[in-house]
Design a protein around this ligand. Sequence first.
Ligand code: SF4
Length: 93
Amino acid sequence: MAEEPKKIGRVVVDRNLCIGAATCVVAAAEVFELDAENKAVMKLKGGTKNSGPAEKKDLESDAIGDDMLLTAAQSCPTRAIFLYDEEGKQVYP
Ligand code: SF4
């Protein structure tokens, strides 16, 4: 795996902020999709899907990079995707 400058440990979608714009789905379809309420959920190992908090290691896709998660979070018009590093410190927004 490539070098990851920012070690992302956890991902959370704030369902109150999410407006279903789905740009996160476009940016990282391996991770995000919209549920029946048009809110973003993450695809987790074992087939569960929820808005988190999700540990990065529990995401279904092992290929997902921190840069892609950051791009997806930055693409969200309402900044509904929160990223935390492995120490629990907020990385974005
Ligand atoms: S980009 Fe943001 S608002 Fe749009 S679906 Fe994803 S989390 Fe929700």
